[in-house]
Design a protein. Structure first.
Length: 588
């Protein structure tokens, strides 16, 4: 491009100004700005950069791996604005900076670009703190050449500074999260529960809606610590917290107050009958058996006290105190039970279950817990989990599977769950997703009745089931594989099967439970024993899936240890059908 003398003079002046701004950015990158938060610094620096580079639009964004995954900070001219949709997300999948000289001609003329009147764009993708990020700048005029060396140097320094600010932001978020999270169970702690309850009360004051607190206490929990030790007690508390999280609905938050006490906050309900249904659902969940590893299964129960805003109190402390009083009365009068503040306790009567499979499609609901590739995070499979609908809420498998077994319909129920899951996958055109379905027993009749595959399916049996019937498993696995099904072992690696038997079985996959790994930590040395199991499975050419992964540190450690895939609350909780297939489309 040629310039007149006047233009060259102006460009030289601009270049000198830009050089000074680049030096200032370098200073900020080295020492920071005292008194400003990382977010404030990022916003101000982006505004300064738009002015320095003489752009009409500037945007910084990052992919955060969640549902609406593009987090952005946009500025137009000299003023910060929030836009419904940013522009820069189109540059996240590129490795190197690139310019769009004409947005219309090059296919970048989307709604956001048109709304801003942008004719040319510059995308500068980079990675910071393991996240894909992009800087995007725009002009309301057509760009006829790439940016200058001085501008490139400025943006390089800007990227370095933003990366440092991102690290500071992540550290601040981590500190805040740890301060509000119960270190044992990973759910909100007492402080976080009280803060959330205060927010719910403030919202209820504005809207006139009801809110409620359910104070939950485990019955006779001291006996578990006394008989089995605190390590087992901690494992039981983690199991209880995990089950409570799995049955939460949209307007509910669960937290641990301390010891064996939990609190459930309900931010919206219409009638008290809804709270009774919630209380019965929680009591059902608490009564599910908890496997704490090493072949030990514990049974728990609970008592619940309920206080309602504004009837029983108008502050978080008042509601929690009155729910505690109601819980104590429920515990003294009859257990397991629940009580409303100022009313008598209600016993949670266990009704006999009758499984009617003729009404399967109306009574049973399927949920899906995603399984992702360990290193890439790409969805590869999902475990199918069934729920039985009752008038007063949902029943989890631990309840109705036993009833199905007693009534002799367990294998038929397994088959219906499998067939329904395949139909739903076909309906949503998600045939690339492998469905993991638990099989209650290696029944030859079940294998013979398997439907034709319309989606890839992996059948799971626990190592304990396999150890009790090794020959039956081999026949079952052979029959299933002949029909195109994959077969594998869950709860793998805890000494119930001899190595020779495992070598003969050659499972397609194995699942290692992090609940078992945590329990074994004190006895064997967690990392070495886990790697032994992984190496053993890989020698059999089996895919290794770690399940019940609950924290980011566990995830990182498992990836470093060589597992192939991950499942658990750190990845995703079990999702309802529509939510799962929406999640699958977003992350595939």
């Amino acid at each position: 491009m040629s310039y007149t003398d006047e233009q060259q003079s102006e460009r030289g002046s601009t270049s000198n100004t830009l050089l000074r701004r680049t030096e200032r950015l370098q200073t900020i990158a080295e020492i920071g700005v005292i008194g400003e938060s990382p977010l404030e610094q990022t916003r101000r620096i982006l505004e300064d950069s738009v002015a320095a580079l003489q752009f009409d639009y500037g945007e910084f964004g990052e992919a955060n791996g969640e549902a609406d995954s593009y987090v952005r900070l946009c500025v137009v001219g000299a003023g910060a604005e929030n836009l419904e949709r940013g522009v820069g997300w189109r540059g996240l999948d590129r490795e190197k900076p690139f310019a769009v000289f004409d947005t219309v001609q090059e296919g970048f003329d989307d709604e956001a670009v048109r709304a801003l009147g942008l004719k040319s764009l510059l995308f500068w993708p980079f990675t910071a703190e393991g996240k894909r990020c992009v800087l995007c700048f725009g002009w309301k005029r057509l760009l006829d050449e790439f940016i200058s060396e001085e501008e490139i140097e400025y943006i390089d320094v800007l990227v370095t500074l933003v990366a440092r600010l991102l690290k500071a932001l992540d550290q601040a978020r981590g500190i805040a999260e740890r301060a509000d999270t119960d270190s044992l169970t990973g759910i909100p702690n007492r402080n976080a529960v009280l803060q959330h309850l205060g927010t719910v009360i403030a919202a209820s004051q504005r809207s006139g809606a009801n809110a409620a607190v359910l104070y939950i206490d485990l019955n006779h929990f001291k006996r578990i610590n006394d008989e089995h030790g605190h390590a087992v007690g901690d494992a039981a508390l983690r199991g209880v917290a995990s089950r409570l999280k799995s049955v939460l609905r949209k307007h509910e938050v669960i937290g641990r107050l301390g010891g064996d006490e939990f609190c459930l906050v309900v931010s919206s309900f219409r009638e008290e009958d809804e709270l009774q249904i919630i209380a019965r659902r929680v009591l059902d969940t608490l009564s599910e058996p908890t496997n704490v590893g090493n072949g030990l299964t514990l049974y728990t129960s609970g008592s619940i006290g309920i206080a309602i805003y504004p009837r029983d109190g108008t502050t978080a402390a008042e509601l929690l105190s009155r729910a505690d009083q109601a819980m104590y009365r429920a515990k003294v009068e009859r257990s397991p039970s629940f009580a409303f503040y100022g009313a008598a306790a209600v016993t949670a009567v266990e009704q006999p279950m009758r499984i009617d499979l003729a009404d399967f499609s109306k009574r049973f609901v399927l949920c899906y817990q995603p399984i992702v590739a360990a290193r890439s995070g790409r969805p590869i499979a999902a475990e199918v989990l069934s729920r039985w609908l009752q008038d007063d809420g949902m029943r989890l498998p631990g309840k109705f599977l036993q009833a199905a077994q007693e009534q002799g319909v367990l294998s038929k129920l397994d088959g219906l769950i499998l067939q329904s899951a395949m139909q739903r996958v076909a309906h949503h055109h998600a045939g690339h997703c492998v469905l993991h379905v638990n099989v209650s027993e290696p029944d030859p009749a079940f294998a013979d009745s398997l439907p034709a595959l319309t989606a890839p399916v992996a059948l799971e049996l626990s190592e304990e089931q396999v150890a009790d019937n090794t020959d039956g498993y081999l026949d079952f696995a052979a029959a299933c594989r002949a029909r195109g099904y994959r077969v594998g072992i869950s709860r793998f690696g805890w000494g119930r099967l001899p190595l020779r038997a495992l070598a003969e079985m050659r499972p397609d996959f194995v699942k290692i439970s992090m609940a078992d790994v945590r329990e074994s930590a004190a006895r064997r040395g967690e990392r070495d024993y886990l790697r032994t199991m992984i190496d053993q499975a890989h020698r059999m050419s089996a895919l290794v899936i770690a399940e019940a992964v609950e924290t980011e540190s566990e995830r990182e450690w498992l990836v470093a240890s060589g597992v192939d895939a991950l499942q658990g609350y750190e990845i995703s909780s079990p999702l309802a059908e529509e939510d799962f297939f929406l999640w699958l489309r977003r992350y595939s």
